[in-house]
Design a binder for this molecule. Structure first.
Ligand SMILES: *[C@@H]1O[C@H](CO)[C@@H](O)[C@H](O)[C@H]1NC(C)=O
Ligand SMILES: *[C@@H]1O[C@H](CO)[C@@H](O)[C@H](O)[C@H]1NC(C)=O
Length: 348
């Protein structure tokens, strides 16, 4: 049974692009040499960010000077370095440290592993679940909860022992697995009173919008009932305006909206330390927009990116969008288990 009756199709993705009405846009560059993740020699698939102090490279900074007399931690020296960069920056430039976190394992992740990718993509993912498990706007599995709790312990150590600068603001995708991962990651931490954990939910930090029901968000009332302290960005609709049954957002559109939402954050938020909780595909898209190399994150993993942002007047170069593309499905799950037929050419 398809979900096409739940929401009317919105094929005009173009209408969403200027949702934030931005007249200026931002050019992003990654400040390399600070984190191991932007070094081509670092293998993403085996990289354990909690065992590696978030990937922070042990190095000297020009701003160290006599600061070492105070026996600062490496994170305190980095914070001072970022401060010094911002003091010297031109009026339209700034340096911001982004913490991009992927949600812990959700029931949709577990289901894809269970059914195999072809059967998942071409059959099961378009359903809300089976008789025992729901994966529409998937919740975290017990493993996903444990992953987020591990990251919470890691942040506790960073804040108390490493004296990392706490995020000044928090953003999250509107999908349940991210809302819950952000809560579990930052709950009960010794955060500064001036920087409480009050995330803002932003539509465009959501995952690439496929026909999978795990990409359809819940209603605003449901989100509010479950996460009463979270803020919604302006204009956040009661029902998901973007998910479209049996249609998928083209990849190019995702990068355009990733840039739009980043530009919106940089236009409205003067913070130097910003946390975003999102998805594997969306973080990959954000990294492309930021000019970072490809760095895949497993469920529950996070990556820091030191960004130089330069605000320029005018529209972003790529602002046109393609319509959502119809997504192929199979009437019965394909038997093949490897990922050789993700276009559903193996339907039987
Ligand atoms: C990563 O390292 C942490 C701390 O050293 C350890 O507890 C955890 O099990 C490791 N995770 C993986 C997936 O190996
Ligand atoms: C439903 O799917 C899950 C995988 O997410 C699986 O563990 C479970 O056994 C399935 N239930 C039935 C009744 O097949």
């Amino acid at each position: 049974m398809w979900c096409s009756t739940l929401f009317t199709s919105i094929l005009a993705a173009a209408a969403t692009v200027d949702a934030y009405g931005i007249k200026k846009h931002v050019n992003y560059e990654v400040v390399t040499g600070v984190f191991k993740q932007d070094d081509a020699a670092t293998e993403a698939s085996s990289f354990n960010f909690t065992a590696e102090n978030f990937g922070l490279i042990e190095r000297k900074y020009p701003s160290d000077w006599t600061y070492w007399l105070q026996k600062p931690t490496s994170w305190q020296r980095l914070n001072r370095y970022i401060e010094s960069l911002n003091l010297k920056a031109k009026h339209n430039e700034r340096y911001t440290l982004l913490f991009l976190g992927r949600h812990g394992e959700g029931y949709h992740n577990a289901a894809e592993t269970y059914f195999g990718t072809p059967a998942w993509n071409c059959y099961w993912s378009e359903k809300d679940g089976n008789s025992t498990v729901t994966w529409a706007d998937a919740h975290l599995t017990p493993k996903g909860v444990a992953q987020a709790q591990d990251v919470n312990k890691f942040w506790k150590k960073l804040l108390t022992k490493e004296k990392i600068a706490a995020p000044q603001s928090y953003y999250t995708s509107p999908l349940f697995r991210c809302l819950d991962t952000a809560r579990l990651t930052f709950a009960g931490l010794p955060l500064p009173k001036t920087r409480p954990f009050v995330p803002t939910i932003k539509e465009y930090f959501r995952e690439g919008i496929s026909a999978h029901t795990c990409d359809r968000r819940s209603t605003k009332s449901y989100i509010h009932a479950n996460f009463p302290t979270y803020r919604f960005e302006r204009g956040f609709a009661e029902h998901d305006p973007y998910w479209t049954a049996l249609h998928a957002e083209p990849a190019a559109d995702q990068d355009i909206r990733s840039k739009t939402v980043l530009d919106d954050v940089f236009a409205s938020d003067r913070g130097t330390y910003i946390s975003v909780t999102a998805h594997s595909g969306e973080i990959a898209s954000l990294l492309r927009v930021l000019g970072h190399r490809v760095f895949g994150l497993s469920t529950g993993a996070a990556i820091p990116v030191l960004v130089k942002a330069t605000t320029v007047v005018g529209s972003a170069p790529a602002t046109s969008t393609l319509p959502y593309a119809p997504q192929k499905t199979c009437a019965v799950p394909p038997a093949i288990r490897d990922s050789s037929c993700n276009d559903c050419s193996c339907c039987t």
